[in-house]
Design a protein around this ligand. Structure first.
Ligand SMILES: [Fe+2]
Ligand SMILES: [Fe+2]
Length: 199
């Protein structure tokens, strides 16, 4: 394995989790739906724990968790841009629109978060010895949470958009009701939702 690229992945993942904390704190300023608020409060706690777990993992693997590579600076910039987008939406004063912007920002953030942990899982399998067990332990703790963060928020984003369009919406979304934890489960939940009908 290319160890400098593994280091890059670990450091970017950590910076992204730190940005994720700020994304959730801002998204919680935008949210209206009380069930979604409860979800995001839970995800904020989990994301704060992901920062701690990755900080410890980087240290255990001999990395400096404070190192900011050029790639890390870009990840940090993207996170700040998501926070700014939500602040812009809040400043416009349309609460429902700001909630939709927050959903989209969380989906964007969770897409990389999910991809990072999937890649870290691949790396853990390809490593051996102490490094493998340290990384595998972190992945085992967190991977399921990342599935939930991404698939459930995608569902919220779709259903809140449908509601705003005056179309049939399922709230909380089917991904939430069925406790979806995989791409296949998310697809199944989407297929089972009621179709729109012409009125
Ligand atoms: Fe995370
Ligand atoms: Fe996440």
């Amino acid at each position: 394995m290319n160890s400098s690229q593994l280091k890059e992945l670990l450091l970017q993942s950590l910076v992204h989790e730190r940005g994720g904390v700020l994304v959730y704190q801002t998204a919680l300023e935008c949210v209206i739906n009380k069930d979604l608020r409860a979800e995001w409060e839970k995800y904020l706690k989990q994301t704060t724990n992901h920062v701690d777990v990755l900080t410890r993992t980087c240290t255990a693997l001999g990395l400096d968790p404070g190192e900011m590579t050029p790639g890390c600076q870009i990840v940090q910039h993207t996170g700040k841009a998501l926070v700014m987008a939500m602040k812009m939406a809040l400043a416009e004063g349309d609460a429902a629109a700001a909630e939709l912007v927050a959903c989209e920002c969380v989906v964007l953030a969770e897409t990389k978060d999910h991809a990072d942990w999937e890649l870290l899982g691949e790396c853990a399998q390809a490593l051996d010895g102490e490094a493998a067990s340290v990384l595998l332990e972190a992945v085992k703790q967190i991977e399921d949470e990342e599935d939930e963060h991404l698939y459930h928020t995608q569902g919220w984003c779709r259903e809140l958009w449908l509601k705003s369009l005056g179309l049939k919406a399922v709230l909380p979304p089917p991904e939430e009701r069925k406790n979806v934890k995989s791409a296949a489960g998310a697809e199944k939940a989407r297929k089972e939702r009621p179709a729109q009908t012409a009125s």
